[in-house]
Each structure stands twice: as C-alpha cells, then as structure tokens.
Design a binder for this molecule. Structure first.
Ligand SMILES: [Zn+2]
Length: 399
C-alpha cells in the first residue's frame, strides 16, 4: 500500500485555498496574479516532493519524477472559475504531489486554462501537440477580449517552450476531481470511478430584429429580438425531452439584448447555448433538433435567428483496466461505498485520453454545488480519495 499521508495532503489543500481566497472558495482566473501565485507555489511544492518542476510556454506546471521505467502522468488544473470552489482542479493536482511523495513513479501536471477563459482545454491540448501557434495568435479572453499572447507576456510565460508528451514515457494518465454534481452525495457513496466523460457542444445564437421605441411601436409590427430568443428557449425546453439521453443536460448560459435599455425594443439579441451527453449519437440528435427549431422559427419570423457552433468536445471513454484497478482500490478502502459513473463535466482527462489510456476518480461534492465558492467536499472524503487514488495508481503500474 503506498504510504500516503492524508494529513499532509489536507494541509496542502488548505494552504493552496489561501491563494486568491474568496469567502470559502477561491478566485483564480487563468493567468491572473492569483493564478500566477498558485502556479509558482505549485512549482515549490513539486520541488519539495522531489519532482523537477517547470512552467511551460502556455502556463502548464509540470513536475517530472527522476529515474526511468514505467511511470504514470497525473494531472488536473489550478486556476478556477470566477469566485469558485477551492477544490475544483487543485485537489487533483495536490493528490498527484502526494502520490509522488508516497514514492510512486509519477509526473504531475497542472494544465493551464482548463476553465476555458482563452480557449478549450488549452494546456492539455498543447501538451498533446494540438494547439498551433496560429491558434494562440487568434485566441482572446472570453469576457474582456485580451489577446492570449498579451496575457502570456504579462504572466511571464511567453517565449518559453511548450512541453509536449514524450512518446513511451507514460503507462497512462489519471486525474482525481470533485464530482461537481450530486450523484455520489445523493447515493451516499464516497468514491466514483469514471467510465467516460461527456461531450459538450456549444453554440452562439443571434437574433436580428428591429430596434424601436418601446412606447410608440404597435405590438403587431414589432420585431423584438429579445422575445425571439426567449421563444426559442421555451421551444427547446419543450422539444428536447423527446430526443435526449438519460443524462443529457442543456443550458442557456448567457443572453444579451442590444441596446439593452428599458424604453427600447431589442434590435439584436445573442445567447450562448450548450448541451452535453455521454453518447455521440445523442449529441448529433440534439444538434439536429436545435437547428430544426431555429428553422421552424425562421419560417414564421418576425425576426431572423442564426446559429453557429462555437465549441465541440466529444465523449471520451476511460480505460477499462484502469477503471478495474481504481475499483479494486475503492473496494479495499471504502467497501460498498463506491460506484461507476460517467462524468457530466468536461475534464483534461478527455484530452489526454486521445494520446494514452486514461482514468478518473471522483469524490463527492456536498449537495452537488460547483462553480461556486460554496463548493466543498468533506475532509474525510478528500483523505479517503487520495488513499484510493494512490492504491489504484500502484495497481495500474503493477498491471
Ligand atoms: Zn475542474
């Protein structure tokens, strides 16, 4: 049994939570000063754990173990959503450091921008050589439009080489994470062994209407772009339940009306819409249904809706042997308190799975709260998780 030290791990978790602390969570947006402090802190923790650590040209923090032979890559992320939980990402990276301290042959990584401020899984995709210099040239911050190049220069990471996977170095990849949903909590389970990670498809939907006076314009002749988007949302909510899979979810994350004034009929509206599922066929069906609903609206008007897919990730299956190893470890440390489950959130493991066998382990999120500063997991579950994770890694390496 790998000699992990749960108390030492919990102390790391607490120390890391102080960097960019926001209420009981953290605020560490990608490449922000808080995020840079967290990356520098991680480098020091990795070095203290005997790993050779560096921050690469995209901001990935990578700690490499010494020696040759079979080795696992362990990772997650250290930046956070705005005003979000202290464990989302950080816990998995700190598990990696604890596993290294327990003496297992591992490299540990914190992938940059998993939270998608500048792109889609930028750090892990860069590591598997799927991010071109051209993509970096044109990437901008999702909210304020800051070019990624400028952000990298400001953070001091520009001009450094970007690390990529060394062929043959790894048996595979493993990532531990808080569940971010309430399946484990509701079921009274303490460990989740992930079977696969859902695909997530995102869209920008634009409504073009006519901006006019909110008092003098007769209802009959209005072309209200805001109302057009609202109607589409209702149509989606009525139609989607007939075509979804068991765990499909869909969300209108943002809606803006222009000019956005109380006395003006919106002349233009824009919304982001997305759905997720573990089955590719379901994702394709939802895509077709969305486009059908938009066509249906456009046939009647009075506004015009257009749709553009802005991001598309595909479901990723976790390695069967790795799942078995994690399950055996869970059965040893938490008999009767573990289950297999898909991941409803996207994770870097879905990117790494394109290059090597991959696995994920979940611990429960209390009440399923996530992407909120109140997100939390009981200390005893964090401690149990690192034992199961380390034991599972050892079984994978022995296999
Ligand atoms: Zn995360």
């Amino acid at each position: 049994m790998p000699p992990v030290n749960p108390e030492r791990l919990l102390a790391d978790v607490r120390e890391c939570s102080e960097i960019g602390r926001f209420k009981t969570g953290v605020h560490r947006p990608t490449y922000s000063p808080e995020d840079q402090r967290a990356r520098a802190w991680l480098v020091a923790r990795m070095e203290a754990a005997g790993l050779q650590a560096e921050i690469d040209g995209i901001g990935n923090v990578i700690g490499r173990g010494s020696g040759s032979g079979k080795r696992m890559l362990i990772g997650s992320h250290i930046e956070s959503q705005p005003e979000a939980g202290r464990l989302d990402g950080a816990m998995g990276v700190l598990y990696g450091i604890e596993v290294a301290r327990a003496g297992l042959p591992v490299d540990v990584a914190a992938w940059a921008d998993e939270e998608g401020y500048f792109g889609h899984f930028l750090g892990s995709r860069s590591f598997i050589a799927e991010v071109t210099e051209q993509e970096i040239d044109k990437s901008v911050h999702r909210d304020n439009g800051t070019p990624l190049r400028a952000a990298l220069i400001k953070a001091g990471y520009a001009g450094r080489p970007r690390a990529t996977v060394e062929p043959g170095r790894y048996v595979g990849y493993a990532e531990a994470h808080v569940e971010q949903g309430d399946y484990l909590d509701m079921a009274g389970m303490r460990i989740g062994v992930v079977t696969g990670i859902i695909g997530s498809w995102l869209y920008r939907i634009v409504a073009e209407g006519v901006q006019n006076h909110a008092g003098t314009t007769r209802m009959a002749i209005r072309k209200d772009a805001g109302l057009a988007l609202a109607k589409l949302c209702v149509a989606i909510d009525q139609r989607f339940p007939q075509v979804i899979g068991e765990r499909s979810v869909w969300t209108t994350g943002r809606m803006i009306f222009e000019p956005g004034a109380p006395a003006v009929i919106p002349g233009r509206g824009e919304m982001t819409f997305g759905f997720r599922d573990v089955e590719l066929t379901t994702l394709e069906r939802l895509d077709a249904t969305l486009r059908q609903l938009i066509d249906d609206y456009n046939r009647q008007g009075p506004c015009r809706l257009t749709v553009e897919r802005t991001a598309q990730s595909f479901p990723a299956l976790m390695n069967k042997f790795f799942q078995d190893a994690l399950e055996k470890a869970a059965a040893t440390h938490a008999p009767g308190s573990h289950m297999r489950m898909p991941s409803a959130a996207g994770h870097d493991a879905q990117i790494l799975a394109r290059k090597m066998p991959s696995a994920m382990l979940f611990v429960p999120s209390i009440k399923g709260i996530s992407h909120h500063w109140a997100e939390d997991t009981a200390d005893q579950d964090i401690a149990l998780g690192v034992q199961v994770f380390a034991d599972g890694i050892e079984r994978i390496l022995a296999g």
